[in-house]
Design a protein around this ligand. Structure first.
Ligand code: NCD
Length: 296
């Protein structure tokens, strides 16, 4: 793997092979037997220009588990506070001598530009409304571990689809894996151009699906949370009780507590949210390891 900027060019069979790697690594980690390592002396730089908890920490832990050196740039305390540009900043990090850059930025396309400027492999850790490919990988790995196969699965992506990079990458991945997907939310949260079925009626949207993937309302990208959204789209116990028995609930986090999911439902047995977070480390290990040339 040269870099990991987007899930879009990855076909179904390549994705399946990444998912198998993630899943066996997850088992090895759980058993305390993970032996996957990057070649000696490799280093990874985490360059996050936007807040992050689970993504940054799991890239950190993933790189450390591979035996790589990790350095982390904090834009608020770096020379960016003195006005240094993104380009100068990343070229400086490249000159220090790192092997991979993990980049998150509020603007679409920055990770790709960083790859062009530095000539280094870049992992996109989320670019504006663009993509979030490692999130999609951990999401589909979570689905695969739960259901055993993608055969016949149907998913509803619910909420602020229009502003979500998570949705963009997830839709590519589910399409590659043959999962029938619909988009559910108020008209203002649905993309204007899509070839997928859409619905603004939550009951219709939740009918006959195996996976309900809820998305955070992206207030930082102009979306607003109002009572109508909570009343009409929150998955609460009443709505959850009408789901088919096998249906699972997912959310990439961070959650707006009591908005996308009610408290009860967020912690219920249907929720795969903890599994998603847990699979973030092996997913990022697989990506970093393939880029660094280690053996999986
Ligand atoms: C997502 C992100 O930052 O894109 N979070 C994450 O990485 N788990 C989703 C979000 O912020 O809503």
């Amino acid at each position: 793997m040269k870099d990991f900027l987007s899930i879009e060019p990855i076909g179904g069979s390549e994705l399946m092979s990444l998912i198998r790697d993630v899943s066996s690594l997850r088992d090895a980690i759980d058993a305390g037997e993970s032996t996957v390592r990057a070649p000696e002396g490799k280093s990874v730089a985490n360059v996050f220009f936007e807040p992050s908890t689970r993504t940054r920490l799991s890239f950190d832990l993933a790189a450390q588990r591979l035996g790589a050196h990790v350095i982390t740039l904090h834009p608020t305390t770096s020379s960016m506070g003195k006005g240094e540009s993104i380009r100068d900043t990343v070229e400086t990090i490249a000159a220090i001598g790192v092997d991979v850059l993990v980049v998150r930025h509020p603007e679409i396309g920055v990770p790709r530009r960083v790859a062009e400027w530095t000539g280094l492999p870049v992992v996109n850790a989320g670019d504006g409304r663009g993509e979030h490919p490692t999130q999609a990988l951990l999401d589909v790995a979570t689905i695969a571990r739960h259901f055993g196969s993608f055969e016949g699965l149907r998913a509803a992506i619910v909420g602020d689809v229009a502003h979500s990079r998570v949705a963009v990458s997830l839709i590519h991945a589910l399409r590659a894996l043959g999962v029938a997907t619909k988009l559910v939310g108020p008209p203002a949260f649905l993309p204007t151009h899509t070839d997928l079925p859409t619905s603004s009626d939550i009951d219709e949207g939740l009918h006959d699906v195996d996976i309900v993937y809820t998305l955070r309302v992206q207030t930082e990208r102009g979306a607003e949370i109002d009572e109508n959204y909570v009343r009409n789209f929150q998955i609460d116990s009443r709505r959850a009780s009408r789901l088919a028995e096998q249906t699972v609930l997912m959310h990439p986090g961070p959650m707006n507590r009591g908005v996308e999911l009610s408290d009860e439902v967020a912690g219920s047995a249907r929720s795969l949210v903890r599994e998603q977070v847990r699979n973030g480390v092996p997913a990022r290990m697989v990506v970093l390891c393939s880029i660094l040339g280690g053996n999986l």
